[in-house]
Ligand binder design. Structure first.
Ligand code: IMP
Length: 197
């Protein structure tokens, strides 16, 4: 089975290939397959946006396709930044600007109310259009200053509960993060579901 990954992010593709290591399955990115697909992600949920990307890639290629969508959900901000995680501080915002805005919005929020989670939803569409959906999440808290230089996005501000609130995602190696991360967990669930098909 040859599956199109609805991404051009090499790092994401590697993580997916490592996690979905299944005999007979091959995963290729849009670039590797020579497919152009860049749909507007305007759904109001991670699953909705992942579905938009998976269906667009499948339509453009005729191949089975896999897409993910993920983000940070902060309780004290009624779920923000959520589906707007990558552009929280504006359309062209970078990680530094998004993190700065998050700290600003939480400036008056006490430690015990800074609970949050990363969520990742994967949508797999086979050649007949049948869907398999998998989700993963990791609970934690938002810190007060950025810590660590690994990872990306909100990692320097996120203290996962699994690390006893002592280290941020940006302070642990990628392999350790993948074992407990939202994306790692969603991929594990997807592997189970695809293996059972
Ligand atoms: P995407 O699903 O890769 O487009 O991620 C959307 C946005 O969510 C990213 O730009 C980050 O801001 C945030 N995000 C998703 N996963 C992570 C993560 O593992 N660490 C930090 N930020 C993340």
């Amino acid at each position: 089975m040859r599956v199109l990954l609805a991404t051009n992010n090499a790092h994401k593709a590697d993580e997916i290939r490592n996690a979905l290591d299944m005999p007979g399955w091959e995963f290729v990115t849009l670039g590797e397959a020579g497919v152009a697909s860049d749909p507007v992600e305007d759904a109001d949920s991670f699953e909705g946006n992942a579905r938009i990307k998976a269906l667009a890639a499948a339509q453009a290629s005729g191949m089975a396709s896999l897409a993910d969508d993920s983000g940070l959900v902060v309780d004290a901000l009624d779920g923000a930044p959520g589906v707007y995680s990558s552009r929280y501080a504006g359309e062209d915002a970078d990680d530094a600007a998004n993190n700065e805005k998050l700290l600003r919005e939480l400036a008056d929020v006490a430690d015990e109310e800074r609970t949050a989670r990363f969520v990742c939803t994967l949508v797999f569409v086979d050649e007949q259009g049948r869907e398999t959906v998998a989700e993963g999440c990791v609970e934690g808290r938002i810190g007060h200053v950025e810590r660590g230089s690994e990872g990306f996005g909100y990692d320097p501000l996120f203290f996962p509960d699994e690390l006893a609130g002592a280290m941020t995602f940006a302070e642990v190696p990628q392999s350790e993060k993948s074992a407990i991360s939202h994306r790692g967990r969603a991929l594990m669930h997807l592997k189970d579901a695809l293996s059972a098909l």
